[in-house]
Design a protein around this ligand. Sequence first.
Ligand SMILES: NC(=O)c1ccc[n+]([C@@H]2O[C@H](COP(=O)([O-])OP(=O)(O)OC[C@H]3O[C@@H](n4cnc5c(N)ncnc54)[C@H](OP(=O)(O)O)[C@@H]3O)[C@@H](O)[C@H]2O)c1
Length: 285
Amino acid sequence: MVSVSVFGVGLMGTPIALTLTQSGFKVMGYNRTAAKLVELDSNGLAVTTDVSQAIAASDYLLLTLSDAKAIESVLLTDAREFTNKTIIQMGTIAPNESREIAKQIEQKGGSYLEAPVLGSIPQAKTGTLLVMAGGDASTFESCLPILKKLGEEPRLIGDVGSAAALKLALNQLIASLTAGFSLSLGLIKKEGVDLEQFMEILRDSALYAPTFDKKLQRMCDRQFADPNFPTKHLLKDTDLFLQASKAAGLNSEGLVGIREIIAQAVENNLAELDYSAIYNVITPE
Ligand SMILES: NC(=O)c1ccc[n+]([C@@H]2O[C@H](COP(=O)([O-])OP(=O)(O)OC[C@H]3O[C@@H](n4cnc5c(N)ncnc54)[C@H](OP(=O)(O)O)[C@@H]3O)[C@@H](O)[C@H]2O)c1
């Protein structure tokens, strides 16, 4: 039986570990904070707070840790080695961070595939994430049986770094579309324009994006609890995009302004809430 250790069983790691277990893989969940292991433990999965044990348990090490710093502190210390191990890195990190981690994993004898995902907890539960992979074709092929249980059509984008860049390009749109919609909705509300008429015209136009309807109710009710994707991660990803776009010589001044809005939301205690809470900063009550 193919064995997979999932590192970082937070919002995404938990449903991913459960989906892989239901798909017939032998899964172990690792987390630094033991309290987050309870759900997997009560579902009969092996769990540990010991990194070495989680590495030893499986051939495939699937990472759903917050960021590159967390990956470095968990996996890239001197003591670790990864002979015959394949690392599948699913968190959202920068292309240069992913390339650096790949280099270190390979120096320690392992194989590395970056496999960031679009979609969130519901898609992780149903195996319908959009999985983008970066790495060599043979590592991708070897990971495919695992990836196919998480997303229907995993795609190999190119070398390590290419899928990380594609993922950041998509998440930049989450920030920009949400900020843009929040601003327009704010004007509609402040001017007392009929909301349904605004939405009907928007839905009929080329400007419409499905995320607008997904977030409309939360914004109208100012209810941002129980997030799938919290504001703090949108700030992280926007910062990663800004770093990458600066290195690429792009003018990202527009996003710099949106980044400040997201940072204000984090300062205003909205960090752990759904990212559409940036509406509260853009359209104050
Ligand atoms: N949520 C989404 O919808 C979504 C969608 C696509 C991609 N992603 C990306 O996937 C990754 C995970 O996201 P998530 O939403 O699952 O985040 P999360 O709920 O915040 O989980 C993050 C995990 O990383 C662990 N961690 C953080 N710093 C650590 C450190 N220094 N040492 C050891 N463990 C550490 C946390 O452990 P503790 O429990 O001990 O803090 C937790 O298990 C992120 O890169 C995110 O951007 C998220």
